[in-house]
Write a protein that binds this ligand. Sequence first.
Ligand SMILES: [Cu+2]
Length: 333
Amino acid sequence: MISRRTFIKTVGAAAGMAGLATLMPREAGLTQGTGHGMDMSQPAGALDASGTVGEVDLFRFDPTTFMTQFDTGAVSRLADGRTLREYQITALDQEIEIAPGVYFPAWTYNGQVPGPTFRCTEGDLLRFHFTNSTSHEHTIHFHGIHPPSMDGVSPIIEPGGEFTYEFEARPFGLHLYHCHVMPLKKHIHRGLYGTFIIDPPGGRAPAHELVMVMNGFDTNFDNENEVYAVNTVAFHYARHPVQVRAGELVRVYLANLTEFDLINSFHLHAAMFRLYRTGTNLEHFELTDNVIMGQGERHILEFTLDYPGQYMFHAHQSEFAELGWMGMFEAVA
Ligand SMILES: [Cu+2]
């Protein structure tokens, strides 16, 4: 049996393994084996520095684009002067590519993992029009403050069903949404999660803003992850460093949606960040270069990269980093 520690390095060779039937390497450029079990003769030199060979189809989902995409909804004005934002969310079964040639049978919001990053301002009235177009029961559970009837635990939305979640956006900060149907870890790890940002009424200082959702994928359904990433694709930001300008303020909306592992972490090289826990205040921060996060925790990080060059970031659990959770910021002068 392949161990998860060797997963990334042997995935191409593992194409024919019955125990990994959910893995479907398809693309040319993989280190393909014979199709009859693992080919241990694969040279380690076939791997490049990023740990994977080949490229995922970025047309369907590009983690670089995802980082800066915010869905602010359809905006209108209520009679009382408040802003109403209406969002459309559809649950869809969708196969996604999490490493070159490695496909995962995901359950998604709007066909992507993570789901869209919804954005609003504290005090807005939010309406999320949810349609379940999958073959399983799902809901959307939002974090934050709202009536229990809008909490997304019940009612459970049957296949083909619809529901509108309506509540006022509060408090400002970085929040989560995810399915809350049992078994919970199964519904979350399949991909039904995302973040929503509630901006403070006066906004935050201008910055280069990036959404980073730490996640993992249990590709053989043995209740442990074989692939780790930020924003789904293993080693994406090692292959495509995140471009920022030296000296500019960078703000990262960082969330941990990893299942099966109790904690995940974010470590930044050669710089320190201001850590605003849950993003729910504008004053109190901790200056650090490493943050440990339990499941469902999320924080806002602010930093500048003062010198031109590439700055590594990764989980400080070395095993996660080796299985995909590693990338680079590239500061340009
Ligand atoms: Cu679900």
